[in-house]
Design a protein around this ligand. Structure first.
Ligand SMILES: [Zn+2]
Length: 194
């Protein structure tokens, strides 16, 4: 029997790798605790007059440009909504995980086939592949729930940042009231130019 790969590695190398992993995890933790503040998008400017679209201007195209910007923003991804959907899904899955664990616990002592089948459905099954001789795990319901939870939790920091950025931009998007006021101004400008 040959050496296990682990035995080729010197103790120093092991220590180095462990230190790297430790550093990495520490950084990850800091990154999660202090997510970078969202960058506010620069205020959108009118293509006709080059003035900000979140303020009135003496420009006959301004209300149209405001409307286009507002439509574009409203049709884009609503990140706060997506974040709250992910949070709700995470909560549901955590509940499901607890349920499955409770049922699995109650089935563990039982010897009948029905209980054993249910337990396998929940916990999955480790079996030795006849071809590769490797132990393979077949996912049970608990694995499915936990895999999805891992996905959601990994996506969470990005969702939070996107939602924060969305809320910052939302403040800059012209309101219906502002667009209405600007439209009156556009008409006035057009009348004067006639
Ligand atoms: Zn303008």
């Amino acid at each position: 029997m040959g050496l296990h790969p682990w035995q080729y590695v010197t103790e120093d190398e092991v220590k180095k790798t462990q230190a790297q992993i430790h550093d990495y995890l520490k950084k990850q933790k800091v990154a999660l605790e202090n997510p970078a503040p969202p960058k506010a998008k620069p205020v959108r400017l009118c293509r006709a007059c080059n003035q900000p679209l979140n303020a009135l201007a003496d420009c006959s195209k301004h209300s149209l440009e405001m409307r286009n910007y507002k439509t574009e923003f409203d049709l884009g991804c609503n990140w706060p909504q997506r974040l709250s959907a992910a949070t709700a899904e995470e909560f549901r899955l955590e509940e499901r995980e607890r349920e499955l664990l409770t049922v699995a616990e109650s089935l563990k002592g039982k010897r009948d086939d029905g209980s054993r089948d249910k337990l396998v459905r929940i916990l999955g099954l480790d079996f030795r592949s006849k071809i590769t001789e490797q132990i393979t795990h077949q996912d049970g319901l608990l694995d499915v729930v936990r895999n999805r939870l891992t996905e959601i939790r990994a996506a969470m920091p990005r969702l939070v940042r996107s939602a924060e950025a969305y809320l910052l931009e939302e403040k800059q998007v012209p309101s219906e009231g502002l667009i209405f006021s600007q439209r009156k101004r556009d008409e006035k400008a057009a009348r004067i130019l006639q």
